[in-house]
Structure formats: C-alpha cells, structure tokens
Design a protein around this ligand. Structure first.
Ligand SMILES: Nc1ncnc2c1ncn2[C@@H]1O[C@H](COP(=O)(O)OP(=O)(O)OP(=O)(O)O)[C@@H](O)[C@H]1O
Length: 445
C-alpha cells in the first residue's frame, strides 16, 4: 500500500484528509510542522508527501529541495491557496510533482495522487502485501459485535482498558473464538488506529523465510531476493503487529523477535542499516504457552515481553447469553452476502443452536448460519436445514453438555490443586465465570 505523509497545520483539515486517504487504501501518516516531518522521514519511507505551502517553522517550498535531495523517489504535491499559484510554480521547478489549489474536491486529490504515484518508481515494497501478511487500513474493519453475556462484558472492559496503552497483549482462547477480531478492536480503539494493522499467521511462514518476512531484505541478499522488500515490522511501523499462532515460531525466530522488540530497531537481511521501529505487538495463541515455556519450546523472556497483559477470549459454550445474538448477526451478514432475506430461526432451530457445544466457536456458528441461509427457501431457518452435528446432540443434549462441562471444570480444579485463578486460566475463562459455574453446578470445592 503506498504510503503518504501529510504535512498540514490545520488539524481538522488534516484529519479529514487522513481518513479519506486511508479509506482509499493508502497508508497515511500526518504531522503538523516541519520538525515532526523530519522525524517521520528519518524513520519511514514515503511514496508521496502532501504538504501545505505555508507551515509553522518555515515554508514548504524550501523544505521541498531538502526532501528531493534526500529522497529523490518520494513525490511531493503541494497544497496551496489560489493566491499562491506563483509559489507553486516555483515549487515545481524545485522538483514538486504538482500542486493542488485549496479547496479541492475528493476526486481531484485522488487523481493528483494517482498520477504522481503512477509516474514514479515508488518504493515497491509498499505496493504489495507480502505473503502471510494482511495489511488493513484503519477504515476497513470487518464489522463485529459485542455480546451481552458477562464474559463478553468483561472482554469489552479489558479492550477498553488496554487499548489506549502501549502494552503488549497476549490473547488466549480456542480456535475461532475471535482472537483476531479482538486484536483489531484493540488496534482501532488505540492511538495507532490511523496506521497499519498487520496480521501475521506465524504458523504459515516457512522457517527458513521467517527472518526475511519479519525484517525484510535487500535485493540479492539471497537467491530469490529479486527486489528490496520491507518486512512485517516496517509495514506495521507506527501501528500494530498482530502475531497469530505465536507458539509456532521457531526458537531462532523467537530470539530475533525478542531482540527487535527490545531494541526497537531492525536490519533488513543483507543490509547493515538499522531502521527504528515503533510497533505495538499483539500476539495470539490457542495452545498453552506457559506449558510450552515449561518444557522449553517457548522462550520465557519472550513470553513475558508478549504477555504484559493477558486477555482470555471465552469459548462460545461459555457465552450462552450471546448465542442467539451472534446467530442473528451472522444471519444478517449471510443475507447480505447471499442476497437473501431470511428473517430468523424457528423455535426448534434455536433449541438446536443453544444445545450444541460449538467446538469451532464463533467461526463454526458463522459457517452453520451461512449454510442454513443458503438452504432456506422460506423466511425462517428450520431445524431441518441445520447440519447433522447439531442434531446429533439433540437427545438429552442440554444434560450431556452440562455433564461434559462439569467434568471439565472438576478436572481443571484437580489439576491446579483447586487454585481457582489457575483453573480459570486453564479453562480459558474468567475467574468470575468459573465461580458462577461452580455455583450453578453446586460443585463442592
Ligand atoms: N465479536 C465478533 N463479532 C462478529 N464476528 C466475530 C466476532 N468474533 C469473531 N467473529 C467471527 O468469527 C470468526 C473467527 O474469528 P477470529 O478469526 O477472530 O478467531 P480466532 O480466535 O483468531 O481464530 P484462530 O485461532 O483460528 O485464528 C471470524 O469469521 C470472525 O469474523
């Protein structure tokens, strides 16, 4: 994604521009004076600078010569008022690509930016998304909802508490519970929300490529390095790096990751130049990382770095009160995707949904609902269109679900010597949820 730096001292106008450009898939940074601009330029590569002509601490035209000497590949577009056209012409002589007179229309600014980027040899690494990585602009969040259960409320509280800080967060929970959705929610509620959220599936990166994927490489540094490439850290600079399935990183990669986080600097493979990075790390796992540390598969120092705060995402079976709410939400989404107008679920269908154990959590529910919407011809989803795995549980389902859960809780309590905090962790539920369940099942502990 091409990166644009906006230098503009009119805060409201700058914010509007930032949002607008982020929505059009540009990576946007902004600053309000030349000192800040110099700092940003020292730590990041920009494809285009959009600068006001008149700025506190000097004018944009003089600064332009400096930029063009240091960063010849960075395009500069100046924003002027109508009265300043002669200044703008002077600027173009000094190397500005174009100028645009304020006020301008959204179409006009997009056209100028596209033309400027098309005509230059931009820093190609920002134009494509490296493999195994998903870069998302602040605006494009997949819609998500918050549940009403006690566990969901607690989750919401934790997100609200931790989001504004710079702390690293470890998200634990079964597969499909919404760890990535939670990570995005933290990013979007943080001060970094107008910068990139970069999601990396650590389980999908071949071990031998991981260093270059994380830190980038220089052209020719190894066979296959046909061009300079930025890695995940640079792509997430100023924003958030989400490391999913963190437990799958090799020991060597764990050391490299720890070093980068501690020193806040990286070097691309084959380069000696240090690049400063300012990245917030969110990591997720569905395995027991503490156990991995205990048996020596995961570095303890890295574990503590990542785990400045833990959020346990509850399994769907522990969010009974949310189930039908999520089912309705996914129904709405499925209607939109499949161009259908299904209104709801029959009573029998609701019973089946409520009695299922949902080992695949929200992901499973989403898929089940989508499939059911596809098969529904009337206005209501009937039990008959729900998959076999839900019917299998219908006989005495509620009873067996509770029995299963009761045994699971007792097992965890015994395993932790009846330490409820530890048991809750093991069960991936909050302590409060565990207490409620102990009461509900009248367990003698
Ligand atoms: N709060 C939510 N609102 C709406 N949809 C959600 C919510 N949480 C999760 N989902 C949906 O459930 C699915 C699984 O979510 P997500 O990928 O975040 O889970 P995960 O825990 O990261 O899974 P995995 O461990 O397999 O990577 C996604 O399709 C996501 O859109």
């Amino acid at each position: 994604m091409p990166k644009i730096l906006i230098i503009e001292d009119d805060t409201a106008f700058s914010q509007m521009l930032q949002k607008f450009l982020a929505k059009h898939q540009y990576g946007v940074s902004a600053c309000y004076n030349l000192t800040e601009a110099k700092q940003l330029l020292a730590s990041d590569l920009f494809d285009l600078i959009l600068s006001d002509v008149r700025l506190p601490e000097g004018d944009g035209v003089a600064f332009l010569s400096e930029i063009k000497t240091k960063f010849p590949r960075t395009q500069v577009v100046l924003m002027t008022s109508f009265a300043e056209v002669s200044t703008a012409v002077k600027a173009m002589k000094r190397g500005a690509f174009d100028y645009i007179a304020k006020p301008f229309t959204p179409e006009k600014i997009l056209e100028v930016i596209r033309t400027a980027l098309d005509s230059s040899n931009t820093f190609h690494e920002f134009q494509r998304t490296p493999k195994n990585m998903e870069v998302e602009s602040a605006i494009n969040v997949e819609s998500a909802i918050l549940g009403v259960s006690e566990a969901s409320q607690e989750l919401e509280r934790h997100i609200g508490l931790i989001a504004p800080t710079h702390m690293s967060v470890l998200l634990i929970g079964e597969s499909g519970t919404g760890k990535e959705v939670t990570a995005r929610a933290i990013h979007h509620a943080s001060k970094r929300s107008n910068r990139n959220f970069v999601a990396v599936d650590c389980g999908a990166i071949p071990k031998e490529l991981a260093t270059s994927e994380f830190f980038g490489h220089r052209k020719g540094s190894f066979t296959g390095a046909i061009e300079d490439k930025a890695g995940f850290f640079e792509a997430a600079n100023g924003g958030t790096l989400f490391l999913d399935e963190i437990g799958n990183l090799s020991y060597e990669n764990q050391i490299q990751l720890l070093r980068a986080i501690q020193e806040r600097k990286i070097k691309r493979v084959g380069s000696t130049k240090e690049i400063s990075i300012d990245v917030r790390i969110l990591a997720a796992t569905n395995e027991d990382l503490e156990q991995a540390v205990a048996v020596g598969n995961f570095r303890e120092d890295l574990f503590h770095r990542l785990n400045e705060f833990t959020i346990a995402i509850p399994a769907l079976k522990d969010r009974d009160a949310d189930l039908l709410l999520f089912a309705d939400f996914f129904l709405g989404r499925a209607n939109a995707e499949l161009d259908k107008t299904v209104k709801g679920f029959s009573k029998a269908a609701k019973m089946l949904l409520l009695n299922h154990n949902w080992p695949g959590n929200l992901r499973e529910l989403k898929n089940v609902v989508k499939r059911a919407v596809l098969f529904t011809e009337g206005s209501v989803i009937e039990a008959t269109v729900l998959p076999n795995q839900l019917h299998g549980q219908s006989n005495d389902a509620a009873f067996s679900k509770q029995k299963f859960e009761k045994e699971r809780i007792l097992r965890a309590l015994k395993q932790t010597n009846f330490n409820k905090s530890e048991a809750a962790k093991l069960l991936k539920m909050t302590r409060k949820t565990l207490y409620n369940k102990i009461n509900r099942y009248q367990l003698k502990v």
